[in-house]
Design a protein around this ligand. Sequence first.
Ligand code: C2O
Ligand code: CU
Ligand code: CU
Length: 502
Amino acid sequence: MILPKRLFVVSLTAIMTWLVLASPPGAIAALAQDASSFIGEKNALKIPPLMKDENPGTNAMDITLRAMQGRTSFFGTEHYTKTLGYNGSYLGPAIKVERGQILHARVINELDDDTTLHWHGMKVEGQKDGGPHYPFAPGETWEVSFLVDQPAAILWFHPHPHGRTGRQVYMGLAGILIVEDDISRNLDLPGNYGKNDIPLVIQDKRFSRNGELVYLTHMMDTMHGMMGDVPVVNGTYNPYLEVEREMIRFRLVNGSNARVFDLFFENNRTFWQIASDGGFLSSPVQTRVLTLAPGERAEILVDFSSSQYGDRAILRSPEFEILACLVNNNEGAKQSSLPRDLTQIEPVDTSEVVRNRTFVLSGMGPMVSINGRQFDLDRIDEVVQLNDTEIWEIRNEMFQGGPMGGNMMRGMGRMDRMGGRGMPMARAMAHPFHIHGVQFRVIERDGSAPPINERGWKDTVLVYPYETVRVLVQFQKKGTFVYHCHILEHDDMGMMGSFVVE
Ligand code: C2O
Ligand code: CU
Ligand code: CU
């Protein structure tokens, strides 16, 4: 038996979490407990290594990424699971670039299948964006270089070959890309990578009894997307992280195929969201729960400066424990300040809008579609003029004109959004809508202003059942791109369209 028993008590844990959530803050007091017994069977959180510039001394960051097969030990060394990764067996190294630098990447396909490499969140031209129109075959190298010219943010990269994206990401192909700029460097924020600036790629997996990854074996996997029963963070099963008594910055990436995570700390600890997909918010947003859909990112600050040696903080979702943090030093706490302002975000200005387009998301499982059509690599769905500003209206209609109780689902979607506690039914029918090659602004959710943490730069936005979300977007890069649902099984089944900017 490779899988620990706790995998089978997930539902009980979920119920207990509901009780915890329902109880007043502090009701569950942290028990003083010996650190080693706390760590117990947990594994030290893996931190993706920072990539080295292969040709230092130029303004370009030169890197080589090899998409390869490997074996990864998730549950100790008695079994190595078949996985995929970049320059390693699972996930990839972290790329850190400065705004104003050229990123020059060679991507080598050592898989036995076509792949692409897509820079999710990057404002680049179509043929450099690495979407489904630009596959390269086993043995081939894709070489790409572009100027990074956008605000500091946590972006990520992953393959995008049409029909196989879900499988390739699920098996481990994904990595993070950090953009820094003058603003991020001048803010007094934790920035010591791997120490107080911690990337967290959150995913859920399902393992077979013999320890292999299981993909699309149930009907439900194709209906709602592939969800697992085991969380992994940076490829670490059951992880812990030792932290000092200071402010810790987490860069969160929902790298799962289909699961929307409601993230919170046990004991109702508050934290601050400082960035969304495309960069800093204008100022920190204090919260207790953060919803992150597949493809979305966020940066948060968690203050451990008034914690004591041995204190713990468990980051979790209703269904899973995600990461156990343990305060490991007894020395004086480091001063931690919370910046009042982070960056300037220009006010939403719709006066330049030249066009409105509507995207209706509907269907389930293999029937998913956008505007009644499924993706076709040879069809261009929309044509946009370079530098035009448009409003894209995204509607989640579930079943077009269907008999389902529209108002009921609509209400559930809204409750879900406000409560942040996962109405499973509404949750399973929500679609994270993503547009390539741009960063946009959410201007309206169901007729109202978006929540405050969605008022910064975004490239992926969750659209709940029967909801309409309007985004303001300027197209600053030429080429052929796609927009799609970031539930990767929906994307693979055709909930995607293509657009050309010319
Ligand atoms: Cu995360 Cu089309 O991408
Ligand atoms: Cu993308
Ligand atoms: Cu979807």
